[in-house]
Ligand binder design. Structure first.
Ligand code: NIG
Ligand code: FE
Length: 420
């Protein structure tokens, strides 16, 4: 028996036919589109077959399938992967949005005790159940916008107790929801009030990480990545290096915020430490780009943040030309309140001059690579997880072309062959 047959799709977008991140510029070569095609997901949730509709019909009898969806006139794409989100927090910052519109900068608000500090205060006070309820709601909205795998960060606790509370909340979502999650410890998201950066760094290395290691070993918390906000006035390059190295030593993948508001040589550091990915990079140096390409360190670009904060756009074109693995993320957080990867792809095309092919690869296979999951996620290949979207259009590009309102365009979101 098989779980699902998607039949006769007008376009079936494979993204790329190999288990490698998608490096090529423009992406035409790596983006295979089949016409009048079908796809089979087995009972194990993995893709069993993909190919011409008539060929698949001859291979499998109708009675084998638990469910058949007629996709004529529609497109089938891989589920989207969101490589960067901060979805666990209490309180919002709509008042700060107004301040920013009136001219305040992100760092001015942060240094005045708002920004991340405001969210930390509210998140410390919230109960685990409250945080879980809002997380569930937010992940539900991401799923409806087409994301089937998302990275989720802690980072609004800063003290051990609240950081662990956030990671437990993420763990609960991992266990109870269909959406895939890669979990990130981000205890170095800001320097907590009353501490110096060096004191905060020591606390993380001497207290937080040993506890995380213990909980990881006992199987209580499945944290995957370590993150630091490497920025002027937050964690400098040396503190960042110490924290990331200590995280790597307990088996976490390095995936951090760098070169966002000031050039910090974060990219050079990430390449040296063997980082999986670095996010933001609006202020990356030319040498940093070359180093990232060489180290196969993914660049997670966040068009919502550059848009919201009116920052200089990250140089996506230059990165692609140099052979960097470019991925995308929503950066959902109280500063950039966006759940939607289709909108992120649209912004990446318009503001960062990516092609639609490049944007789709960046929001699927390359984002999966940034999370260390490109062997199981991010493209439609036999053996990979059956995470898919069916959109109500005969051309897949409508997923990017339409700006907003995707809930009406996306007919089905499917995770492991299960229709959500
Ligand atoms: O990726 N730059 C640091 N972290 C987040 C913002 C978090 C916040 O402002 O709450 C980001 O944009
Ligand atoms: Fe972020």
């Amino acid at each position: 028996r098989q779980r699902l047959l998607l039949e006769k799709a007008e376009q079936l977008v494979l993204v790329c036919g190999r288990r490698e991140p998608y490096l090529r510029r423009d992406g035409a070569a790596g983006l295979a589109v089949l016409r009048a095609a079908s796809l089979v997901v087995g009972l194990d949730g993995c893709i069993k077959a993909v190919g011409r509709a008539d060929v698949i019909r001859n291979q499998f009898s109708e009675a084998t399938f638990e469910r058949i969806i007629d996709c004529s006139g529609k497109c089938v794409l891989p589920g989207l992967v969101d490589a960067h989100t901060h979805p666990v927090w209490a309180g919002d910052r709509v008042h700060e949005f107004a301040m920013k519109l009136a001219g305040a900068s992100y760092m001015e608000i942060h240094q005045a005790g708002g920004g991340i500090h405001f969210t930390v205060e509210h998140t410390r006070k919230a109960t685990e159940d409250e945080l879980f309820t809002t997380l569930q709601h937010r992940l539900g909205r991401m799923l409806r916008a087409g994301s089937t795998l998302v990275e989720c960060k802690s980072g609004y606790g800063l003290n051990l107790e609240t950081e662990l509370k956030m990671l437990r909340v993420i763990e609960r979502a991992q266990k109870s929801m269909d959406i895939g999650i890669s979990s990130t410890y981000c205890g170095a998201h800001a320097v907590p009030k009353g501490k110096t950066a060096t004191e905060a760094t020591d606390d993380i290395i001497n207290n937080h990480l040993p506890k995380l290691k213990e909980l990881k070993l006992s199987g209580e918390i499945h944290v995957n990545n370590i993150d630091v906000f490497c920025e002027k006035g937050v964690f400098d390059l040396e503190s960042t290096r110490r924290i990331l190295q200590a995280g790597k030593d307990i088996g976490l993948q390095i995936n951090f915020h760098g070169d966002e508001l000031h050039p910090m040589k974060s990219a050079e550091l990430g390449a040296e430490l063997g980082a999986r990915a670095i996010s933001h990079l609006e202020e990356v140096s030319d040498e940093g780009i070359v180093a990232m390409a060489r180290a196969k360190c993914a660049a997670v670009l966040l068009p919502t943040t550059a848009y919201m904060l009116r920052l200089k756009q990250p140089q996506a074109r230059k990165m692609l030309e140099e052979g960097v693995i470019v991925a995308l993320g929503s950066d959902f957080n109280p500063n950039a309140y966006c759940f939607s990867m289709p909108m992120v792809m649209h912004l990446a095309c318009v503001n960062m001059k990516m092609s639609m092919n490049e944007a789709l690869a960046a929001a699927t296979i390359n984002a999966a690579y940034a999370l260390g999951k490109s062997d199981t996620h991010g493209s439609l290949e036999v053996g990979k997880q059956g995470d898919l979207l069916i959109i109500n259009s005969s051309r897949w590009e409508h997923l990017i072309y339409q700006f907003g309102g995707h809930e009406a365009l996306i007919n089905y979101v499917i995770v492991k062959g299960k229709v959500i």
